[in-house]
Design a protein around this ligand. Structure first.
Ligand code: NAD
Length: 251
């Protein structure tokens, strides 16, 4: 405990799932946290249960919302040391059946939203002498998947964005890394299980070296490490937390 003592973090998509787990874990590790989301009632409820946590309405595709969210973080807690670009959406459809608008929506939230976030915190973090940005990608940012072209393209994009931002912002003391979860128990993965009809969940689990889904907090611990000063020499890097999914010969 205390790994994030004194740090101020902005976490996107914090109303449920992994973002909510990150907020809880960050507070437990001593951080003060602002969570943003488009699910206002859920987001308010998460913040109300955590000391040193505020909620702001924050659509990551909106430049104005980014300005407001970073402003609200600095107004509440005086600084922004950590950004966790966690908000994301998953749309499942074969390429030939997906509407272009749906493809663009996935890129807009998962990739452009992430870029807008880096853009929004780069100035304040530079002025403060540094910071840590953790971008949540996926195993689909490392390997493609049938029916997930939009999602996978967006998550591959997050890797390129992460590496480029690390190159650009390192001299200002800002570290930028990406996290690549496998199957994590959240609304997103449970919703996907309904639509990914070609994936047998039991066969998927049996094939994993660690044959189970992750609890969200198991990803939070990795995110907190990257956010903390313990990761002080780590930037531009990719961290799998996938139960060994991508370690086998199939990949
Ligand atoms: P989730 O659907 O439970 O949570 C995502 C959150 O993002 C929700 O609260 C949602 O309202 C919010 N969100 C969506 N669009 C938004 C927008 N435009 N602006 C702000 N917030 C928005 O999903 P999760 O599983 O907790 O996913 C968190 C992140 O982890 C995502 O980036 C996802 O792609 C990634 N991921 C999830 C899994 C998994 O198995 N669940 C695996 C790998 C990566």
């Amino acid at each position: 405990m205390g790994r994030l003592e004194g740090k101020v973090a902005l976490i996107t998509g914090g109303a449920r799932g992994m973002g909510k787990a990150h907020a809880r874990h960050f507070v437990a590790e001593g951080a003060r946290v602002v969570i943003g989301d488009v699910l206002d009632a859920k987001g308010e409820a998460v913040a109300a249960k955590l000391d040193g946590c505020r909620y702001v309405h924050h659509d990551v595709t909106s430049e104005d919302d980014w300005t407001a969210a970073v402003g609200a973080t600095i107004a509440a807690f005086g600084r922004v040391d950590v950004l966790v670009n966690n908000a994301g959406i998953l749309r499942h459809a074969p390429i030939a059946e997906m509407e272009p608008a749906a493809f663009r929506e996935v890129l807009e939230v998962n990739l452009v939203g992430c870029w807008l976030g880096i853009r929004a915190v780069a100035g304040p973090m530079t002025t403060a002498g540094g910071g840590s940005i953790v971008n949540i990608s996926s195993v689909e940012g490392i390997a493609g998947a049938s029916g997930l072209a939009a999602y996978s393209a967006s998550k591959f994009g997050v890797r390129g964005l992460t590496r480029s931002a690390a190159q650009e912002l390192g001299p200002a003391g800002i570290r930028v890394n990406s996290v690549h979860p496998g199957g994590v128990l959240t609304s997103m993965s449970l919703g996907a299980a309904d639509t990914l009809t070609r994936v047998d969940p039991l066969a998927f689990l049996k094939a994993l070296p660690l044959p189970r889904f992750a609890e969200p907090v198991e990803i939070s611990r990795l995110v907190a490490f990257l956010a903390s000063d313990e990761a002080s020499y780590t930037t531009g890097a990719e961290f799998l937390a996938d139960g060994g999914l991508l370690s086998g010969p199939g990949y």
